[in-house]
Structures are given as C-alpha cells and as structure tokens.
Design a protein around this ligand. Structure first.
Ligand SMILES: C[S@@+](CC[C@H](N)C(=O)[O-])C[C@H]1O[C@@H](n2cnc3c(N)ncnc32)[C@H](O)[C@@H]1O
Length: 242
C-alpha cells in the first residue's frame, strides 16, 4: 500500500536542501521505487538498499543499476553487519513494519543506529485524522477489508512520537518539516482498490458482496467531493555522532 498523496518531489527536495550537495555512502533502509529512484539521481559514493519483500527485487535493479539491493530483515542481527553509512534514508518504513514484523517498529531505530555515522532522514505519514470525513471512511473500510482478508495493516505514528524515538535511539534531531497532503482521486481509488482486492479472501462471501457495494458507494461519494487537504507527511532530519 502506498502512502496517501505523497509529494515525493517536495519531500525529497527538502531533504536535498538540508543535506547539501555532498553525499557519501548512502543506505535506503526500507527501499522502493520512489526512494531508490530519487537516491539513484544523487552523486553518492555508494548506494545500498534494503527490503524484506521479494516482489520488489525484480524492479529495483532496473531503477538503480548501480545500487546494491539487499533482501533481508532488520530483525536479523547479521544484516549489514559492521557496515556504516554517511546518510540513511528511512522512507515510509516505520508505518510498514507492523505489516511485516509486528511490534518491531519500537526497536527499529535503535537497530539502525549502529549503521549511521552522519545524517538520518526519516519520512513518515501522520496517522489518518479520525474526523468522520469521507476520507476517514475510505481508510476505515480499507483497513477493515485488510483485516477480514486475513492480512496485517500498516500502522502509522505521529511525528512527535517518532522524533522522541529517534532521540531515545541516540540520534540528535536537527530539523522537522510537516507537509499537509492534498488528497484526490488517486488516493481514493488506490485505497479502495486495495480494499477490493481483499474481498476474495473473506471467509464470508456474502459479507464480501455487501462490502463491495459499500466500497463503490463510498468511492462515488469521495470522488464527487473533489480534492482536499487532509492528513500530512513529515520529514525528520537527525544526526549521529560516531
Ligand atoms: C512502504 S515501503 C517504503 C516505500 C519506499 N521507500 C518507496 O519509495 O516506495 C517499506 C519498505 O520497508 C521494508 N521493510 C519493512 N519492514 C522491514 C523489515 N523488518 N526488514 C527489512 N525491510 C523492511 C519493506 O520491505 C519495504 O521495502
């Protein structure tokens, strides 16, 4: 599931400004097409990218042929053993961990800390506002379908909490920027399509059919209201003294 309304240019542009032009050995600590695609455009000395998902392994080398793609789990103590990096990008990883290794998000930044010898840039998504809006309902229906399909959801955490986790892990936060999201048809269709793909996995197919009706009526209402500002992304910049 991709984060809502990501405006990677604005987020990455901000990180680029905070970092300046010098890039060394860079780690993409939870990689994907967006983050690796951006990092591949930078004058890095080396580029290493970690993922736990096999399905990404086909496309990532085509996006960044020069990068070293590592398939591994951060719970594995031997992953990138003894390796350190000048810049570490943590791009929408915190929220994704619960879907792969529940509860590990609370230890993840401490696990990363020994691999950092310079800057850390953490991109996250604020938890969706529980405001009863149509977009809130879209997120609730998506999550209900993921659960009824027997899968695990993403779990997002607020900027302030993640900032404290970084400090507790021994990183010094130097800058924070919040980017309010403009949400439109791409988000609505993307999230409701995720919900729809879970329907064949429901144990109760009568419930699945009823849910499909709910998904489509919600889609029509949410699309009719047009684009609006809802929720936010954030970027936290931190430094680590070796
Ligand atoms: C939502 S994706 C990140 C999006 C990505 N940065 C992009 O630009 O598309 C989360 C990434 O973190 C990885 N990840 C999540 N939990 C992990 C874990 N425990 N160990 C290693 N990688 C993990 C996933 O495999 C995936 O590559």
């Amino acid at each position: 599931m991709s984060p809502p309304g990501r405006r990677e240019d604005a987020l990455f542009e901000w990180i680029g400004k905070v970092n300046g032009p010098i890039w060394g050995d860079v780690l993409d600590a939870g990689t994907g097409a967006h983050s690796l695609g951006w990092l591949a455009t930078l004058p890095t000395r080396s580029l290493t990218a970690v993922t736990v998902e096999d399905w990404r392994l086909g496309e990532l080398p085509t996006i960044a042929p020069r990068a070293r793609i590592v398939r591994g789990r951060w719970t594995d103590p031997t992953l990138l053993h003894d390796e350190t990096f000048d810049q570490v990008l943590v791009d929408y990883v915190i929220g994704a961990i619960d879907g792969h290794e529940p509860y590990f998000q609370y230890d993840y930044l401490a696990r990363l800390r020994p691999h950092c010898r310079g800057a850390v840039y953490l991109v996250g998504l604020e938890p969706p506002p529980r405001d009863g809006s149509l977009l809130d309902q879209v997120c609730r229906v998506r999550d209900a379908c993921i659960l009824l399909g027997g899968h695990r959801m993403y779990r997002e955490y607020p900027c302030e909490l993640v900032r404290r986790w970084l400090e507790a892990a021994g990183m010094h936060v130097t800058d924070v920027r919040v980017f309010p999201n403009r949400i439109g048809a791409r988000f609505v269709n993307g999230q409701l399509d995720v919900a729809k793909r879970k329907l064949p996995l429901f144990t109760d197919q009568a419930l699945a059919r009823a849910m499909e009706g709910q998904i489509e009526s919600l889609r029509a209402s949410a699309l009719a209201q047009g684009e609006r500002t809802w929720g936010a992304d954030y970027v936290i910049a931190a430094t680590v003294t070796p």
